[in-house]
Every structure is written in structure tokens, then in C-alpha cells.
Design a protein around this ligand. Structure first.
Ligand code: NAD
Ligand code: UDP
Length: 311
């Protein structure tokens, strides 16, 4: 049993992670400023004496005694992280410094939720951890991409300079229940549009690709990375290598929801990466991890979740 801090714990991934950590018998402090997270995601945990909910912003210092920190606080959807880009980069940079300071004082292990966005619009495919990326430093996605790159730098500098025990996970597109209905990312947009029989909004011609990992698989990977006995730090890709063109993904959602929606095309946002697929050889080797959930099963669970929310 450990005392574990989950920042961003009321968000999509953080809420699933908090559930799992509690089920495994740990004490969990869920810290969140509720920018994109929701109390609904963790309502069932309130009253559990092993669970503590703290409204706090990671750009301010936070003090507690903990054994492990999962630093997930940061809006993840382009719509939300571009709403206040200065706040987004502050969250990744100042938030990570604060959490690293906490880890240093407590001698806790800290895991940073990094992202496939550190590869930008990648020039090699699939993406491997040794690739340094192709990121626009001044574009509309930079507040997120560069913030996460800086957070990785901070993790490695605190490790080298202060011996802080760190872990870096590069998370690829993840989906599942507890995504916000207004999240703006492709999985929630397409499912909600399809369930309402509204037009499915494909950006560009839909030839760009993404690979989607079900949240339970991702949470397994995060926990394995945090607790691996070889002190493997990463960075390590965590994602599902099954790659889809966005247009084909739209058709799959229409089929799985039995929807009458038509597909419409909207302009492709600037700097939208053309292709993305994780090479997960390193995660297989170091963590004995790979995703297990079939895309159709994962999507059906997500569709059921959104149906309930819409009702
Ligand atoms: P999310 O938006 O659902 O969750 C983020 C949570 O962080 C929310 O609860 C939000 O309120 C909270 N938060 C934001 N800024 C904060 C601040 N300054 N202080 C305290 N709390 C704050 O997103 P998610 O999909 O659950 O992503 C979780 C983490 O995983 C993020 O760091 C994200 O960058 C990373 N990630 C996610 C994906 C994905 O596909 N879901 C992919 C790559 C990386
Ligand atoms: N996308 C789309 N329609 C939408 C939302 C997103 O076609 O309603 C596209 C988007 O342009 C991108 C892909 O789907 O190419 C994934 O977008 P998302 O915002 O989910 O994540 P990210 O771009 O950060 O991978």
C-alpha cells in the first residue's frame, strides 16, 4: 500500500487511474483544478476513506507526504489547451517543477504524462523514442507540444542533478468512458455526432492517421512503468499501434453506432500531424506491456458510456 498523488485525477485518464490505484489498496490524493476534469468522473470515490479530493492548481506549490506522483494535470484536447495557451504552458512547466520539487522533498517516484505530440509532425514512421521530433515552436499547438517537451527536460535534469526517481510515458491517442462530451477530440466528437445523427466533422480530407489505445490498457502501462523493478525511466511510448485514417475511423463509428449521420469536411487545423503510430517495441521489452483491447470492444464501451450521458 502506497500514498499516491494523481494530479489531473478528475480528468479522463486520471479518474481511471485513481480507480485502479484504489482497487489495488493504495491511498489516493486526487488533485485537480477542474478546468477540463469533472467531479462526475470521481463522484463514486467520494466517501471512500482511502480517497482524498483536493481542488488545487499545479502552477501553485503543493505540500503533502506521498510515495508516488502521477503528474497528469494538463488539458489534452487541442480545443481546451488552445483556449488559454499561456496557462497551458505554465501548467506543463511550472506544474512539473512544483511536482518535481515535491518528489524531491518526499523522495517519491514521479511519472510524467508526456505525449506523442513531442514528435510533432513526424518525419519518421512509426515513431520510436530515439526520434527527436519535428515540432513547430511558434504555432498554435506549441503551448502543448513544447510545454510537454520542456516537462521531459525538467524530469531528466531533476534526475541527473538531484537524483529524483522519474518516469516518462509518451502517451498516444487514448479513448474510453469519462471523456468529456465537449472534449473536442476526435473520438468523443465522432461518437457524440453519430449518436445524435448529426454530421460527422472530418477535418481536411481525413487522410491523416492516428492510432487509438483503450484507457484500461494505457492505465496498465502507466502502473507498470511507475513500478518497474529495473528502474527503467523511459521515455517510453504507450499506445496502440493499430493505425487508422481519420476518414476510415469516421466510417467505423457510423457503423458501430448504426447512425444516419453523413460525413462533412471542415478545414484541417494548422500543424495537425499527418501521421501518427507508436512503435511499442521498447514498452514490450522493458515493461512486458502491450495493449490488449480490440478497437471495436473499446469503442462499444465508449459508445455505451456516451449513450448514457446523452440520455
Ligand atoms: P483531461 O483534460 O481529461 O484531464 C486533464 C486533467 O487535468 C483535468 O481533470 C483538468 O481539470 C486537470 N488540470 C488541467 N490543468 C490543471 C492545473 N493547472 N492544475 C490542476 N489540474 C489541472 O485529459 P486526459 O486525456 O485525461 O489527459 C491526462 C494527461 O495525459 C494530460 O497530461 C495529457 O497531456 C496526457 N495525454 C493524454 C492523451 C490522450 O489521448 N488522452 C495523449 C497524450 C497525453
Ligand atoms: N479531427 C477530425 N474531426 C474532429 C476532431 C478531430 O477530423 O471533429 C481530426 C484532427 O484534425 C486530427 C485527428 O482527428 O487529425 C485527431 O484529433 P484529436 O483532436 O483527437 O487529437 P490530436 O490531433 O491531438 O491527435
Amino acid at each position: 500500500m502506497k500514498r499516491i498523488l494523481v494530479t489531473g485525477g478528475a480528468g479522463f485518464i486520471g479518474s481511471h487511474l485513481s480507480d485502479r490505484l484504489l482497487k489495488e489498496g493504495n491511498d489516493v490524493i486526487c488533485l485537480d483544478n477542474f478546468f477540463t476534469g469533472s467531479k462526475n468522473n470521481i463522484r463514486h470515490l467520494i466517501g471512500n476513506n482511502k480517497f482524498e479530493l483536493v481542488r488545487h492548481d499545479v502552477i501553485q506549490e503543493y505540500f503533502a507526504e506521498v510515495d508516488q506522483i502521477y503528474n497528469l494535470a494538463c488539458p489534452a484536447s487541442p480545443v481546451h489547451y488552445q483556449y488559454n495557451p499561456i496557462k497551458t504552458i505554465k501548467t506543463s512547466v511550472m506544474g512539473t517543477i512544483n511536482m518535481l520539487g515535491l518528489a524531491k522533498r518526499c523522495k517519491a517516484t514521479i511519472l510524467q504524462a508526456s505525449t506523442s505530440e513531442v514528435y510533432g509532425d513526424p518525419k519518421i514512421h512509426p515513431q520510436i523514442e530515439s526520434y527527436w521530433g519535428n515540432v513547430n515552436p511558434i504555432g498554435i499547438r506549441s503551448c502543448y507540444d513544447e510545454g510537454k517537451r520542456c516537462a521531459e527536460t525538467l524530469m531528466f535534469d531533476y534526475h541527473r542533478q538531484n537524483n529524483v526517481k522519474v518516469r516518462v510515458a509518451r502517451i498516444f491517442n487514448t479513448y474510453g468512458p469519462n471523456m468529456a462530451i465537449n472534449d473536442g477530440r476526435v473520438v468523443s466528437n465522432f461518437i457524440v455526432q453519430a449518436l445524435k445523427n448529426e454530421p460527422i466533422t472530418v477535418y481536411g480530407e481525413g487522410n491523416q492517421t492516428r492510432a487509438f489505445c483503450y484507457v484500461d490498457d494505457l492505465v496498465n502501462g502507466l502502473i507498470k512503468l511507475m513500478n518497474n523493478e529495473n528502474n527503467f525511466i523511459g521515455p517510453v511510448n504507450l499506445g496502440n499501434p493499430q493505425e487508422f485514417k481519420i476518414i476510415d475511423f469516421a466510417k467505423l463509428i457510423i457503423k458501430l453506432t448504426n447512425s444516419k449521420s453523413e460525413i462533412i469536411y471542415k478545414p484541417l487545423p494548422s500543424d495537425d500531424p499527418i501521421q501518427r503510430e507508436p512503435d511499442i517495441s521498447l514498452a514490450k521489452k522493458e515493461l512486458n506491456w502491450e495493449p490488449k483491447t480490440d478497437i471495436k470492444d473499446g469503442l462499444m464501451k465508449t459508445i455505451t458510456y456516451f449513450k448514457k450521458i446523452l440520455d
